[in-house]
Structures are given as C-alpha cells and as structure tokens.
Design a protein around this ligand. Structure first.
Ligand SMILES: [Zn+2]
Length: 131
C-alpha cells in the first residue's frame, strides 16, 4: 500500500461523528401575552439549550428589551408587550456574546468568574475572552 492509499484508508476509518458537525439550535420562544405583559413559556428550555443560568439570560433580556421582569419557575415574565421576533433576536444576541466562541464559532463554552469579570472559555479550541 502506498502513502495515498494509507491516507484514504485512514479517512475511511474515521468515526462518523468526527466528520459531521453537530447541529446546534436555539429553541424559538413560545410566548403568551396578557395585557402589557409577555410570558416566555419555554424560558427554561432555552436556558438549558444555551447551557447558561436562567438568571443571567434574564438580566440580559431585561436590559436588551428595556423591560423589567422576573423569573417565575420555568418561565420568564416581562413587563412589556413584545413580539416573538424581537425576543428571538435578543436571545441570538445573547448567544453571540455569551455562548459562541469567537475563534471557532462553537457553542461548547463555559462562563467563569474572574474577580468581578466574566471569562468565556471555549472547551473546543481553548480560546478565552472577557465578556
Ligand atoms: Zn473555540
């Protein structure tokens, strides 16, 4: 067997999962409106998908949507009438800032405290940045 044949054989023997990139999807919000309040019913599911603290995401959304609110069990209550689209956009903005690695684009990251600041560490490529 020559070198090229060896290489071809090696590629063929690679397990599937190293070849195909895992898909990562942020669930879209499911909301219910009551008066001037918006309830995100699947807030916990979104937090789990992003692997972040619901409180941290909530704080970001209160600022980004200029709406006060509170976490209520698995849901998030916002004291403002909002559309799904605008909330989805802000959740994507959160993910870009606090979940996705800027170096490799993967979501396999974690937030760590460093004094009073937060560091986003990538478990895939090892990149670190302050957020
Ligand atoms: Zn990375």
């Amino acid at each position: 067997m020559d070198y090229e044949q060896l290489l071809k054989k090696a590629y063929e023997e690679l397990p599937e999962k190293t070849v195909h990139k895992e898909r990562f999807e942020i669930p879209e919000v499911v909301i219910s409106l009551a008066g001037n309040q918006t309830m995100i019913k699947n807030f916990n599911e979104i937090a789990k998908a992003l692997r972040r603290e619901p409180k941290h995401i909530a704080k970001f959304l209160f600022n980004a949507l200029a709406a006060p609110g509170s976490v209520q069990g698995n849901k998030l209550l916002l004291q403002r009438k909002l559309s799904e689209d605008i909330i989805n956009q802000k959740i994507v903005a959160y993910a870009n800032q606090f979940v996705f690695c800027k170096e490799c684009g993967k979501p396999d990251t974690k937030l760590e405290k460093s004094g009073r600041r937060l560091i986003l560490k990538c478990e895939a490529c090892g990149a670190k940045r302050y957020v």
